[in-house]
Ligand binder design. Structure first.
Ligand code: FBP
Length: 571
């Protein structure tokens, strides 16, 4: 979209500020690309409605819970007319959950679309995540303010939070804020849990006949909020490129010094998409994929033996170094530990007050051990006390174990070391095993969005406004055909209920958006599986280097390998 005179003035103002880094100044000037359907005047965009949809599972239960919003059709945007487009609107926006590069551009796209439809419309940002909606903590987003954040990383424009809107009081408070202040729509920028919240809120407003629409936007570096229509969540591209740069640098260091085994834990609360993408980009010595561990019923000892075998084999070739990638969510996918965590979650939720009254770790561990089933109690007792402590830490507001705080990489180093000691005592190993451990997560969540993420997020935000102007609610903004240049991108909306199923949370069955895990039958995993044996024995490191923002499109605009391979699978 052409920038207005005011925007150009603001860009000049911010770009001339001396406290800004040269890159930040340049990024203010970057004009994100939009899909063709969103390039016309908002009043000239129409919507094609497809057939009624079904949820991914548990259709009857979800139909009952979402009586007003279940089953809505998939919407595709294109040329048409919309006489409602220019209505004056008041829109609220929320950033929810973990930071992901591009959040600011979603807001910029939303703002620009809204303003281009009616300059009197208002955009308000609820501060600090969904809690800001419940507490009515908000700030009016003006053009000058929004311009300050264009094409930058972070969520500091309004902040984020993980409050889950779930009690009757919270829903009533959110409703009061929206009705008292005449909000027409709320845009929730979040991951699977936050978009589940968006679906519940949309249903709640509809049940009460309130004129408030709710639109979600797919955000999470984890890359696990996706399907045929949401090809990737925003932030995954930039985060994986940032981690891959760092991994490549470590690989080069390992290959230069030839004296360390580096164990690198990579963020991704549950799915291993980040680890898999980074493995495809950097060709490490070893990479664990949690979904494969679960599928093959691998125990912790199986995983440790696999790594130890590789260490021994490389030592025989005189190579006492390597790089091992460990997905953050691994611990929950190891069947016996996953079962333990499931039992712990229920136990801690059902006895929350009593558990909170236990003051020492020793008391907690003793109580847990007494109340767990036999198998889980055995698994719990066999874990080092640091890991036991980490498993008993507070759950997040959605009932999840905070896996970013579990030091799996250190656990693996300890276990591999002791296996190697045993093998050495049997004369089966004579190499050296010096290690370094790393955790890459927060390093990538607020990076300057890559061109892909800058374009994608701006389009998602712009598109969210067009869905609002189409009168839709309970939808998630969808921009697809992403492996192709933006000129071929397709814009539209997907009903949130289509992505949902029922899952056990806090000891109860709840409607939630199903996480998209790594599929072992899809091309990204197959590509990895076809090469990993070679990467393990013959050092095959690839050094991707830093994200490039300016230069040839093959380098600067390239999507992730995962996105390219998944789109090949679909073709
Ligand atoms: P979202 O699902 O909210 O996008 O957050 C994902 C994530 O970055 C995970 O990868 C990580 O486990 C978690 O957030 C860390 O949470 P926190 O920022 O609260 O430490």
């Amino acid at each position: 979209m052409a920038t207005s005179v005011e925007t150009r003035k603001a860009i000049r103002y911010y770009a001339s500020m001396t406290t800004l880094s040269p890159l930040q100044k340049e990024r203010y000037r970057y004009a994100p690309k939009l899909p063709p359907a969103l390039r016309s005047d908002i009043g000239s965009i129409g919507a094609t409605h497809g057939d009624a949809t079904e949820s991914v599972a548990d259709q009857q239960a979800l139909k009952a819970l979402f009586a007003n919003t279940y089953g809505a059709p998939i919407v595709t945007l294109g040329p048409g007319t919309n006489s409602d487009a220019g209505k004056k609107r008041r829109i609220g926006v929320i950033l929810s959950g973990g930071q992901a590069p591009g959040g600011h551009n979603v807001i910029a796209g939303l703002f620009d679309a809204m303003e281009s439809a009616n300059t009197e419309s208002e955009l308000w940002g609820f501060r600090g995540g969904p809690g800001g909606l419940v507490d009515d903590d908000r700030i009016k987003l003006t053009r000058g303010y929004v311009d300050e954040f264009r094409n930058t990383g972070g969520f500091d424009i309004i902040g984020s939070g993980r409050t889950k809107i779930e009690t009757d009081e919270q829903f009533a408070a959110a409703r009061r804020v929206c009705l008292d202040n005449e909000f027409d729509a709320i845009v929730v920028i979040g991951g699977d849990d936050s978009n589940t919240n968006a679906a519940l809120l949309a249903e709640y407003f509809r049940t009460n006949d309130d004129p408030v629409q709710v639109i979600g936007v797919p955000k999470t570096i984890d890359g696990d909020l996706k399907n045929e229509y949401i090809e990737t969540s925003f932030g995954f591209d930039t985060a994986t490129k940032t981690y891959s740069e760092l991994i490549g640098n470590i690989e080069r260091d390992a290959n230069s010094a030839k004296k360390y085994w580096h164990f690198i834990k990579l963020m991704g609360r549950s799915a291993s998409h980040i680890a898999l993408e980074c493995a495809l980009q950097t060709q490490p010595t070893y990479c664990i994929i949690s979904e494969e561990v679960k599928e093959r019923h691998q125990t912790l000892n199986d995983i440790v033996s696999g790594i130890a075998d590789t260490v021994v084999q490389r030592a025989e070739n005189g190579e006492n170094f390597g790089v091992v990638l460990v997905p953050e969510g691994l611990i929950e996918f190891i069947p016996e530990v996953g079962a333990l965590i499931g039992e712990l979650n229920d136990l801690m939720a059902e006895n929350a007050d009593y558990f909170a009254s236990l003051n020492t770790f020793e008391d907690q561990a003793e109580w847990v051990n007494k109340n767990l089933g036999r198998d889980s109690s055995y698994v719990f007792s066999s874990l080092p006390s640091d890991i036991q402590r980490q498993l008993l830490m507070d759950r997040d507001p959605h009932g999840n174990v905070q896996v970013s705080r579990i030091e799996t990489e250190k656990l693996l180093i300890d276990m591999v070391s002791s296996t190697l000691r045993e093998r050495r005592s049997r004369g089966e190993y004579s190499g050296s095993f010096s290690t370094q451990h790393h955790f890459f997560g927060y390093e990538g969540r607020c990076a300057f969005p890559s061109n892909f993420d800058a374009d994608y997020t701006y389009s998602l935000g712009f598109n969210a406004f067009v869905l609002i102007a189409q009168g839709l609610t309970g939808y998630i903004s969808s921009v697809r055909n992403l492996a192709q240049p933006a000129d071929d991108w397709v814009a539209g909306g997907i009903p949130l209920t289509m992505m949902m199923n029922m899952e056990q949370r806090h000891g109860k069955q709840k409607p939630v958006i199903r996480k998209a895990l790594v599929e072992l039958e899809d091309l990204p995993f197959k590509r990895f599986a076809a090469h990993r044996a070679q990467w393990a024995t013959k050092t095959s490191f690839v050094f991707p280097g830093a994200i490039q923002y300016y230069g040839v499109p093959q380098v600067c605009d390239a999507p992730t390998i995962t996105l390219k391979l998944e789109s090949e699978s679909r073709a």
